[in-house]
Design a protein around this ligand. Structure first.
Ligand SMILES: C[S@@+](CC[C@H](N)C(=O)[O-])C[C@H]1O[C@@H](n2cnc3c(N)ncnc32)[C@H](O)[C@@H]1O
Length: 637
């Protein structure tokens, strides 16, 4: 049972007057006749009611659950049919032309009891409950059922439900919306902070229209208008004056530098039931993306990152402070000998134990085409569970203790602490010597099903690409030698054993301006969502480049990229430049013009110089005009 006072204050954040004014006038562009029947499902202090009345709407129903607020508003708006009740409890067959408001936001994760209570009490909630959802999803579900065919629903909410995909709380919301409604308009407010009190919110206003029976039968389609607010003073900064000005301009239809509007390249029929909706996708941007994707086809399908790589986090230790040894804290190196601190003394480790210490990097060490070798966190103690396998774990541990006496003695100082952590996490306390995650990963293989891969050999040698767990930039690092990293690093592990990956080409592509453009166009912000990069970033198929000139551009890209990847490697000498400049590309008109740049880049030995040249080559390869991409980026992102 939910305590009364807790329920009373659910999601009480009130809408600024100018936003409500905009939403009411905006909604009336979509639906307008003399007897509109309107519903405000969570009235609050009544800001929407004020603007509905000002716009001569007479037939209004409102719900507000909080008795205190209800008493105030029922006095203030005697002409309105107000109910002091839970909107999710609204039954009966009343239907509306317009439903408008700002529903309460409340995450299910932290408010499970309220959701449980609602699921028990209200059919709409038991029908549409999903873990990880937000309370306002129920408001959308309920509102959809209360609309007349052709009726309009407009809410201001957080925007996550639009961009969220698989495995999140939108599993039932997106299908319900798409089956019953058209999305007509999407106002993206994520660049401004509208609510002073609410934290960490990115908002949007949407306008939906309930489909008629005929529209459903005929699978009718409609386009989606996007209004994107740009260039606020940063997402986290609350600027009332600026917000006010932006909305005044919207209401008055004035041109504003803070607003761009366009028809989304996605129509309603393009929206997926389970995936993210990338609505901020102008037609002209899509046009360029399609031209890039043409080079990413295989068997008539676009190849994405997921077709080549699996993305996995780096290593998680039971406790970093214990497992990651730091100089002078718990670790020393003298005359090539390593010492660890046991009982306040530094004890020398055996020669064979050295191989169990791995330089560990955090994601801040990642640089385009490589990583900063000196920027490591410390030495991680990495025992491999595959080294001594025994059905009795006690015996297995004894074998490690015999082979690696000093390092295991070091860890055993913290035995109690480590065991406690493992027990709390419902893991085996006898696993106290090993990394907790990131040492083995499952690779689903088309032919032999699932296979468990030992990460050590991959971290230790062979080509690997990695990037930051949280980043808006397309910075992809590379190493062909040992590289062990913490879990704020994502590794791209090659998926299919038979497939050969052209690492220099791929790494150049991933770090290119073209990939940067794709990141923006496809909204691939990497933030705990590897799904977006796996499913969103197309990867060129080299076998589609047949022309002699294309092949020679690829060759130049590959050699330059290879140079940048190993820029500090002295074995690459002047003959390398000669090798590059002898490629047939340099006898073309375009190639002639790049010759001097390349010679200069080698002289300066500056990575960024090479990266710029590689960008030019990619534009030539994809037959795209860099200036067009620049102007699109400037206009829309
Ligand atoms: C985000 S506020 C918005 C209020 C108003 N619509 C506005 O925009 O200023 C949500 C309001 O809904 C009320 N509320 C919360 N849960 C409710 C429910 N289940 N039914 C009706 N009202 C509810 C809260 O008390 C709060 O006043």
């Amino acid at each position: 049972m939910v305590e009364k006072n807790k329920e009373n204050s659910i999601g009480q954040v009130f809408t600024p007057d100018f936003v409500a004014e905009f939403m009411v006038k905006n909604a009336l562009h979509f639906i307008s006749h003399p007897d509109l029947k309107v519903l405000e499902p969570s009235v609050g202090e009544g800001v929407f009611l004020t603007h509905l009345i000002r716009n001569k709407i007479a037939n209004i129903t409102g719900y507000e659950i909080d008795k205190k607020l209800y008493d105030i508003i029922s006095k203030k708006f005697p002409e309105i049919e107000l109910k002091c009740d839970n909107f999710l409890n609204m039954n009966g067959s009343q239907k509306f032309d317009l439903i408008i408001g700002n529903p309460p936001y409340l995450g299910q994760n932290y408010n499970a009891e309220i959701f449980q209570d609602y699921v028990k009490k209200f059919p709409i909630c038991s029908q549409f409950f999903v873990g990880n959802m937000d309370l306002f999803y129920f408001f959308i579900h309920q509102a959809i059922t209360k609309l007349k065919p052709g009726g309009i629903l407009t809410f201001i909410t957080t925007h996550y439900w639009i961009t969220k995909s698989r495995k999140t709380g939108v599993k039932l919301l997106k299908p319900h919306v798409l089956e019953e409604c058209f999305l007509l308009q999407y106002v993206d407010l994520s660049a401004i902070k509208l609510f002073k009190r609410a934290k960490g919110q990115h908002n949007c206003i949407f306008v939906m229209q309930k489909k008629t029976g005929k529209e459903k039968r005929e699978s009718a389609n409609k386009s989606i208008e996007v209004i994107k607010i740009i260039g606020g003073n940063g997402k986290s900064y609350f600027d009332h004056e600026l917000n006010h000005q932006i909305f005044r301009d919207l209401i008055d239809g004035n041109h504003s530098d803070h607003v761009i509007s366009y028809v989304s390249a996605l129509t309603n029929n393009d929206l997926s039931y389970s995936g993210s909706w990338n609505l901020l996708y102008p037609q002209e941007v899509r046009h360029i993306v399609s031209r890039i994707e043409k080079y990413c086809m295989n068997d008539n399908k676009i190849q994405y990152m997921k077709d080549y790589f699996m993305i996995r986090n780096g290593i998680i230790f039971i406790q970093d402070e214990i497992f990651i040894l730091k100089r002078d804290k718990n670790f020393q190196i003298k005359d090539n000998e390593f010492y660890v601190k046991i009982d306040d003394k530094f004890i020398k480790i055996l020669e064979c134990e050295k191989s169990r210490l791995k330089k560990i990097y955090k994601s801040r060490a990642i640089e385009p085409f490589g990583f900063n070798k000196n920027n490591y966190l410390g030495y991680g103690i990495y025992f491999n569970k595959n080294e001594f396998i025994h059905s009795r774990l006690k015996i297995r541990n004894e074998k490690y203790e015999m082979t690696y006496p000093v390092l295991t003695a070091y860890l055993k100082q913290f035995e109690e602490q480590l065991k406690k952590i493992l027990i709390n996490a419902k893991e085996n306390p006898l696993d106290l010597f090993f990394p907790r995650r990131g040492a083995f990963f499952k690779n689903s293989n088309e032919h032999d099903g699932q296979e468990l891969i030992d990460g050590e050999s991959l971290y230790e040698s062979g080509n690997k690409i990695f990037f930051k767990y949280i980043s808006e930039e397309n910075v992809f690092g590379f190493s062909d030698g040992p590289y062990y990293a913490t879990s704020d690093t994502y590794f791209l592990w090659k998926k299919n054993h038979s497939e050969i990956i052209d690492y220099p080409f791929i790494i150049a592509y991933l770090n290119s301006k073209i990939a940067k453009f794709l990141f923006k166009a496809k909204n691939i912000v990497i933030k705990r969502s590897k799904t977006k990069i796996e499913y969103g970033l197309p990867i060129p198929n080299l076998s589609l480049f047949h022309e002699e000139e294309e092949r020679s551009i690829i060759l130049v890209i590959r050699l330059l990229s290879n140079y940048v990847m190993f820029i500090n490697n002295n074995s690459l000498s002047t003959s390398y430049i000669e090798k590059i400049l002898s490629i047939s590309y340099f006898s073309t008109h375009q190639g002639e013009r790049l010759k001097k740049d390349i010679a200069d880049a080698f002289l300066s030995n500056d990575k960024n110089h090479f990266i710029k040249i590689i960008d030019i080559l990619f534009f030539q390869l994809f037959k795209l005009d860099e200036r067009i991409i620049d102007s699109l980026q400037q206009r829309y992102y």
